[in-house]
Ligand binder design. Structure first.
Ligand SMILES: *Cc1c(COP(=O)(O)O)cnc(C)c1O
Length: 360
């Protein structure tokens, strides 16, 4: 057993079982005599890993045949461009909801390629809530509607699936991927980097409705066209084989946890433990509206920024790592992804309580 709990926002904690299995298989995968890192991506060994990973992801999320699963690279950041380049016609326009830093980045990038309407924003209150849908100024002829399902920095998570009507719904699910059930069929496209909740950095997963493929901008680089990747089963060029392999092990681990419904129960329990404590004291504060609090990323502040350093130092001594908040918001942030055991959250709350006693 490792002696630390890692609260990093990403790259982030992975299940210890998965790391142990990867270590055991490092030199010789299933008697092949090779490490997965050394295998040809077109060989039958790696192909079986790749196909199994897609099958397991489809099973875990209930992804219907109407949607393609793509294993890509370039992070969610490249998706900020690929989404408009594939779904937004030259003279069309797209609707975006702005709930924080990642939405803002997606909006900024999309504006390089077309007309973007910000149909709702929570910037008026420092991105601490999800704007209620009744106030969204949706346009019925938008090419798509984009939202960020979980704002990793602000700790704001959508408690509902937006109703986009007939407009294709697009979601950045980087930081709550596989943490709770999602209504896949209501989404035209979902994307996320693997390094928050799924595996190593270097893999980006896109789940896209097949009827939306084939409308990429003329002259687009081949690598940026979803259809080319879908037609090639994500094997247009060398895929991030190692990252797909680890993601596949995480999918199998998730199935052993009772799938997405099982892990959701644990995630709810972990989040409740930390939020209940935060709400029981005035020493620590979380600025997010209760209904929209993230189950994955929980920012909190101490009463005085001068206490941040001693808090972090004591946390580190107790094996509680990477609690420093994002540089743009300061304070602390505990990321408690799927692989964070509840013991880690208990140890954090114990330390917070102890620190409050000596400094409150
Ligand atoms: C981390 C993150 C990104 C950026 O991901 P990269 O893989 O670094 O490009 C985008 N959106 C959200 C919600 C994130 O958490």
């Amino acid at each position: 057993m490792r002696q630390v709990f890692n609260f990093s926002a990403g790259p982030a904690v992975l299940p210890e079982e998965v790391l142990a299995q990867a270590a055991a298989e490092m030199l010789d995968w299933h008697g092949s005599g090779q490490s997965v890192m050394e295998m040809s991506h077109r060989g039958k060994e790696y192909m079986s890993i790749h196909e199994q990973a897609e099958r397991d992801l489809r099973e875990l999320m209930g992804i219907p045949e109407s949607h393609a699963v793509l294993f890509l690279q370039g992070g969610a950041t490249l998706q900020f461009a690929m989404v408009p380049l594939n779904l937004l016609p030259e003279r069309g326009h797209a609707d975006y909801v702005n709930t924080g830093e990642w939405s803002t980045k997606a909006i900024k990038e999309a504006r390089r390629f077309g007309d973007v309407n910000v149909i709702a924003s929570s910037e008026d209150r420092q991105f601490t809530y999800v704007p209620p849908q009744a106030a969204w100024k949706r346009s019925p002829d938008a090419a798509y509607l984009h939202y960020c399902a979980n704002e990793t920095i602000g700790g704001v998570e959508f408690p509902f699936t937006p109703d986009a009507g007939k407009v294709p719904l697009v979601a950045d699910i980087s930081s709550n991927f596989l943490s709770r059930p999602v209504e896949v069929a209501k989404h035209a496209l979902m994307y996320g980097g693997a390094q928050k909740n799924i595996g190593p950095a270097g893999l980006t997963i896109v789940i896209v409705r097949k009827d939306l493929l084939g409308h990429a901008r003329a002259g687009l680089a081949t690598m940026l066209d979803y259809k080319v990747h879908a037609d090639a089963d994500s094997m247009l060029n060398t895929p991030p084989t190692w990252a797909v392999y680890i993601a596949g092990l995480v999918f199998q681990w998730l199935k052993r946890q009772g799938g997405v419904a099982g892990i959701e129960q644990r995630n709810l329990e972990k989040a409740k433990l930390l939020y209940d404590y935060l709400d029981s004291t005035a020493f620590y504060t979380n600025p997010v509206d209760r209904s929209d609090r993230s189950r994955m990323n929980i920012p909190f502040r101490l009463p005085d920024a001068a206490l941040d350093e001693p808090f972090l130092k004591g946390a580190k001594q107790r094996g509680l790592l990477q609690l420093k908040g994002h540089r743009s918001v300061g304070g602390m942030r505990a990321s408690i992804y799927n692989a964070m055991p509840i013991e880690g959250v208990r140890a954090l709350v114990d330390w917070m309580r102890e620190f409050e006693k000596s400094h409150g």
